[in-house]
Design a binder for this molecule. Structure first.
Ligand code: CA
Length: 368
């Protein structure tokens, strides 16, 4: 190195040291140039890497947290099963095995049925309504009280939008055709389907395709065109029904271990919160962008698209609301969240039935 270059770089280096060194300044209350502590967290997801819409939001969160902290706050994401099984994410965050989780809170209704309101319930809110209730309607505060029982702070993490009703090997022309039908459908949707006469089967993701192929089940639901296409259900069941009234706008969640979150600096807490919000918006946008071309591909492969018959929709709605009322009657804690949620939903439904619905009817045209 030439002497002049050496001097120049030595000066630059001392200038940087000087800036950091005198940062304490007149106030004497710590450095003005913050020396950010290195933080390393782990995230475990309920979803496989192949579901890039869902798992992609976890990877996005990690990337944004790193970028916004200049690489000082790093979160490493692990897909379902690598650290802990996909349906044990809440437990892993509660116990502090990991600092963050990505999951769907309706997986944990066995712990407390009211956890479903953090995700969705049959004939519940759409993605937009859910976001309004959570962020601006007081829903998130109520749910955070519930999650504090598990030492978790929950953050909305995105939404799939209204899901599809799923894949059926034969045509379902009305309520009577549901009787005895063997369908893979988990959770509260399964509970309502069972009241409508369906023989409900619970199968993990990888078991569904072979069961449908060999006729062990007659139907299955999954998510929507983009995710369903990857699993190839259209190769073994040709009728694709809509809508998935049991999942009109399921909201995914990030879970932060309360102690871990509270140990972060206020800057890192703000970075994590902002990155969650960004990941939330991106997931929904991705689904809305990726589903239309996926549906077009499925239709060109010969899939027959069908709406559920009116008698199915009205019976399903009545049974869904009855189920929610029964749960509310059984538990005052559930009742508190349910009443708040239902008030917000009914108000928003009246509003959405006005300008939004009139516009949608006029502008959307007929389904494909
Ligand atoms: Ca589903």
């Amino acid at each position: 190195m030439k002497r002049r270059d050496f001097l120049k770089s030595a000066l630059t280096a001392s200038a940087v040291v000087g800036a950091a060194g005198c940062g304490g300044g007149a106030g004497g209350e710590g450095p003005a140039v913050s020396t950010q502590k290195k933080v390393r967290w782990r995230l475990t997801s309920s979803f496989p890497r192949s579901l890039d819409t869902l798992y992609g939001a976890a990877e996005f969160l990690c990337q944004r947290v790193s970028e916004m902290s200049g690489g000082n706050f790093e979160i490493r994401a692990y897909p379902a099963g690598e650290l802990v099984p996909g349906l044990e994410v809440l437990d892993a965050v509660q116990q502090g095995t990991v600092q963050v989780g990505q999951s769907a809170s309706y997986y944990y209704i066995g712990k407390n049925p009211a956890l479903a309101f953090d995700c969705c319930v049959p004939f519940g809110m759409t993605a937009r309504q859910n976001s309004a209730w959570l962020h601006e309607g007081g829903g998130l505060e109520l749910l955070r009280e519930l999650f504090s029982d598990y030492s978790i702070i929950n953050f909305p993490a995105g939404n799939t939008g209204a899901q599809m009703g799923g894949w059926f090997k034969r045509e379902i022309s009305g309520l009577a055709d549901l009787s005895g039908l063997k369908m893979r459908i988990p959770g509260l949707g399964g509970e309502v389907m069972s009241r409508l006469g369906v023989s409900v089967q619970v199968l993990a993701g990888g078991e569904i395709y072979p069961a449908l192929e060999r006729g062990a089940i007659d139907a299955t639901e999954w998510v929507g065109p983009y995710d369903d296409e990857k699993l190839g259900f259209h190769q073994v069941a040709s009728f694709y029904y809509y809508p998935g009234w049991w999942e009109p706008g399921p909201s995914l969640s990030f879970y932060a271990n309360k102690k871990a979150f509270e140990s972060l600096s206020s800057e890192y807490q703000a970075i994590f919160t902002a990155a969650c919000r960004e990941a939330e918006l991106i997931m929904t946008a991705r689904y809305d962008a990726l589903n239309p071309p996926a549906l077009a591909r499925l239709l060109s492969a010969g899939v027959k698209l069908r709406p559920f018959a009116d008698d199915i929709m009205s019976a399903a709605k009545a049974e869904s609301l009855a189920l929610l009322e029964e749960s509310a009657s059984a538990d005052p804690g559930y009742r508190k969240i349910y009443d708040h949620w239902r008030g917000a939903k009914d108000d928003m439904n009246r509003w959405f039935a006005t300008a939004e619905l009139a516009y949608a009817r006029a502008a959307y045209g007929q389904p494909l």
